[in-house]
Design a protein around this ligand. Sequence first.
Ligand code: FDA
Length: 497
Amino acid sequence: YPPVLAPKEDFLACLVKEIPPRLLYAKSSPAYPTVLSATIRNSRWSSPQNVKPLYIVTPTNVSHIQSAVVCGRRHGVRIRVRSGGHDYEGLSYRSERAESFAVVDLNMMRAVSVDANARTAWVESGAQIGELYYAISKASPSLAFPAGVCPSIGVGGHFSGGGFGMLLRKFGIAAENVLDAKLVDANGKLHDRKSMGEDHFWAIRGGGGESFGIVVGWEVKLLPVPPVVTVFKVSKTLKDGAIDIVNKWQTVAPALPGDLMIRILAMAQQATFEGMYLGTCNNLLPLITSKFPELGFNRGQCNEMPWAQTIPFIHLGNRDLGDLTNRNNNFKPFAEYKSDYVYQPIPKNVWEQIFGWLTKPGAGIMIMDPYGATISATPETATPFPHRKGVLFNIQYVNYWFAEGAGAAPLQWSKDMYKFMEPYVSKNPRQAYANYRDIDLGRNEVVNDVSTYSSGKVWGEKYFKGNFQRLAMIKGKVDPEDYFRNEQSIPPLLTKY
Ligand code: FDA
């Protein structure tokens, strides 16, 4: 392909030969703002100063995606792909650089088909994970899939970056339960696992979205769960002894059997322990009483239900399966996120300081997911997701505000809190979870129209540790010209560094 630079109108002319015009939106189209903002989840990236796509393409079949890539390569227009739009930094639909790009938005490609007998499902990338959960629940009450907690997350980005939720201790991350995939590569060719090859297939299961092509759909393994599971939410204030309980939790929770997951949401003066047990209350009670008596857990706190209902229960406090397929999630705060991994227990006096931080002006919340069991037993190189053996828990720092211009205090808090935590979390590198994208960890530099390996290494080893180099070498094979890129895409490495 020539290195660009025909007029962008030629790109559109190329597209309209292959794709019905009703599926194409130019900046001048009346519907463009609505289509663009439909899945923007972080309102920080809605403002006019963001660099927006020239065009939005909303394919309804694979050939449209292939045409978008072929036309883009021919006419020098890059493509960013959006599935659920939950990217924390908005990189699926905005650019930090003045770059000509189109968005391929997969929201119309969201078919799900479940084969309960074979315990597999095919799900298209534009589905939200709740739609997958819903389809599984209709096929069988005893099958589940281990992915995120929030039902509106898009399958495409979520599986690409790992994907975990309340089943992470039992079944690991979403990406390691992918069996096959359909992908359009940087030349517009369609592949399955066999034709893309094992290296490429390894990379798309956790190596981060955008870098390796457009994943159209995924075949996943469904996992057995009992027809009734137990969930609970137990809140403890500082007066109830929250600090002692959290202090105990950090070593107990990662050592519990894989059937039990207890995570923490810490906010202001309170820690809420959210748990899921793959079994009945009768079996949970003796387990939790013997292993974690400090929680003071009792039968009245048990909520028994089929697994699919636990998703709305944990997310919204109801059991309405309709929430799983609701695509009109209007919760669109301004938001800032960071993440950490903890390998050594945090001293009790530091927990006291942490709860002090949670009451400062602009304070956010901390979500802490314990690891151990399956997620930690899987080798670091099995998938690009490297946060395995020895991890006690993952921390996500989440900060919301609700008006443009109200971000100064929350942003400052996030920065200061992250600095404060440095001595107590992973080091060399300080690890972060790729799906909790944080642009402050680093941005690619582009030299001679290619993202440089050295600039990618800065943020890349935080997300992928030693797997980063392998990802860059695979990128060097499948997209050496760096067509699919964003500020944190894997740079191509053509020779070993
Ligand atoms: P989006 O469409 O924005 O894509 C994200 C990235 O993947 C972009 O770089 C994009 O270009 C690329 N991409 C998207 N589709 C692709 C495709 N088909 N092929 C190739 N690349 C593609 N995570 C988690 O593990 N557990 C959780 O419980 C939660 N909870 C949660 C709640 C909320 C409210 C938010 C906003 C986010 C989370 N997340 C999460 C993080 C989430 O997993 C992460 O943001 C995913 O990348 C989102 O995927 P989407 O498809 O929605 O995003």
